[in-house]
Design a protein around this ligand. Structure first.
Ligand code: SF4
Ligand code: MG
Length: 332
């Protein structure tokens, strides 16, 4: 499958008075055309920082892409000039955030905002832009678009506002859409509608989607592939089937046991005890050691190698790695 985006060994740090926080520590993944990749993990695991780094939207300072690359159409986005990045943002890669109000201007009608976005993007005439804006509103399922065109953001419900934000993100026909917790602020029914909308739009436009979420229910509904992040690293990645039916990392298993599942009716929910490590001075070994029921001596001493279980499915865990004993012997 064609790769649209390649993130390679990305490291992102934040300087604070207390020292340097290593928020993203060597993240690598590909995004293919027309797929949805979900990046999941608890808050603070680095998933939002990863997505903001792709867009070069981390506040700098204090944030900094310390090393690694983000390849988009052969260009390393970490290296290009801000001016060039600005043309890529919104036109090739768009982003949607949790709170739709932050993306909309409350003082302008949604029609005007869409039209301005379109004109800015491709310099089309007012008339052509309006036609396109109405098409977009129809695409995202806004009823009576001709009438709603003249409404202000506050005249829409939360779910409808998020649809408009999605329309705004799509006016420039981006190749990549990054959605950071796009349904977290919405109730479950509306959430399901928005997720259906993503799938629908993807079918029509073949856009590649990176979905950032802490919610495995959301992942189950839309993701083709899943990357599980913990303490700034992707600790396991695979197809949706791999992650839900054959999880290998104890953290992934823990996540799955801590959320209700329709297919395991009545199974007890088991929270993951403890908290992630301090990222000022992350452990040299596996960052999950302190919370892991299977931790061995080697886990404390060295970070596990990546073990490839299949082409798609890989995991960073000593349990899966025959080299664990050898490694322990070599550092003892
Ligand atoms: Fe647990 Fe060790 Fe695997 Fe880390 S490497 S998840 S501590 S078994
Ligand atoms: Mg976040």
């Amino acid at each position: 499958m064609e790769k649209v985006l390649e993130v390679k060994d990305l490291h992102v740090t934040f300087s604070t008075y207390g020292g340097e926080v290593k928020a993203v520590r060597g993240v690598t993944f590909d995004l293919h055309r027309g797929e949805t990749l979900a990046i999941v993990g608890e808050s603070g695991c680095g998933k939002s920082v990863t997505s903001q780094s792709i867009m070069r939207l981390i506040p700098s300072p204090p944030g900094r892409i310390a090393s690694g690359s983000v390849l988009f159409k052969g260009k390393d986005l970490t290296k290009i000039k801000e001016r060039e990045m600005r043309t890529i943002r919104g036109s090739d890669i768009s982003m949607i955030f949790q709170d739709p109000m932050t993306a909309l201007n409350p003082t302008l009608t949604v029609g005007k905002q869409l039209v301005e976005g379109i004109i800015q993007h491709n310099g089309s005439t007012q008339q052509a832009a309006k036609k396109k804006a109405l098409e977009m509103l129809t695409l995202v399922g806004i009823p009576d678009p001709e009438i709603r065109f003249k409404n202000y953001p506050h005249e829409f419900s939360g779910g409808m506002r998020q649809r408009i934000v999605i329309a705004m993100a799509l006016v420039c026909e981006p190749e990549v859409l990054i959605a950071d917790e796009p349904t977290t602020a919405l109730d479950v029914t509306i959430q399901a509608q928005i997720l259906d909308l993503f799938k629908d739009i993807q079918k029509k436009t073949n856009v590649s989607i990176i979905l950032i979420t802490h919610d495995l229910g959301v992942v189950a509904q839309v993701a083709d592939r899943v990357a599980v992040m913990y303490a700034g690293k992707i600790v396991e990645a695979g197809t949706r089937r791999d992650i839900f039916y054959k999880p290998q990392h104890p953290y992934t298993k823990g996540l799955l046991q801590s959320v209700p599942r329709l297919d395991l009716d009545g199974a007890d929910l088991i929270p993951i005890i403890g908290s992630p490590p301090d990222l000022f001075s992350p452990p040299v070994g596996c960052p999950f050691t302190a919370r892991c029921d299977y931790a061995m001596e080697v886990c404390d001493r060295a970070y596990p190698f990546k073990t490839h279980l299949t082409n798609e499915h890989h995991v960073d865990c000593w349990l899966q790695d025959e080299r664990a004993q050898k490694m322990l012997a070599s550092i003892k």
